[in-house]
Design a protein around this ligand. Sequence first.
Ligand code: ADP
Ligand code: MG
Ligand code: MG
Length: 255
Amino acid sequence: MSVLEIRDLHVTVETEEGTTPILNGLSLTLRKGETHAIMGPNGSGKSTLAYTIAGHPKYTVTGGSIALDGEDVLEMTVDERARAGLFLAMQYPVEIPGVTVTNFLRTAKTAIDGEAPAIRTWTKEVKQSMKDLRMDPKFAARNVNEGFSGGEKKRHEILQLELLKPQFAVLDETDSGLDVDALKVVSEGVNRAKETTGLGVLLITHYTRILRYIDPDFVHVMVAGRIVEEGGPELADRLEDEGYDRYLEPAVDTE
Ligand code: ADP
Ligand code: MG
Ligand code: MG
């Protein structure tokens, strides 16, 4: 059984003020087939965690470890991470001018599997997944993320998720900017991937809304770069009622 283990992770980023610590000792164990929601107020470091798992060069790991089945993820290039079975959907996906969705998907699939997919089954699979995600077939000929609406970007990410069949997916604010219909379609896609491939999901979100459609097994509350509370799905219900205020009480002023 595959496991992604994050241990005492410390991450800094370079800002105008110098080196700023963002993650301050974060630990988390995600097993295949499990869904973990990471929830927290804006600025708590949720996207930083996603970028760090993805290997974004802006983020420097100053302590701790990330291991996938015992293999050091931090030593892997971005491509190696993808081949090892990690999938990362970013809060702000980038445009790839001149590369169509079709070509992008095929190239990604080939890179991850180490061989090109068989044309006929692949084409069928792409069409079926696009249909499942209620995507216009014309979408396949568009350039990746160029002029995509928020909803199209998210659908395109879930399309990748369904076709690339990773072991673990990190979904950063996949719910942001989606209307209820798009949210349902996208959530169904994630749930299909969970059912068919036993995908492990790290679902990063500020709001509880998406958790009505994707059931988390565990909920972690992240504040100031640390997990401050953990629980089951009931913790999300409490956050929905109470928000994050209880975690943000100002320290007692002793002056
Ligand atoms: P969240 O996703 O929880 O809203 P982020 O990880 O985006 O939080 O940000 C956490 C903190 O780190 C914020 O104070 C943010 O300004 C800072 N930060 C994150 N990435 C960068 C960056 N690339 N450059 C400068 N500051 C950053
Ligand atoms: Mg944010
Ligand atoms: Mg974020």
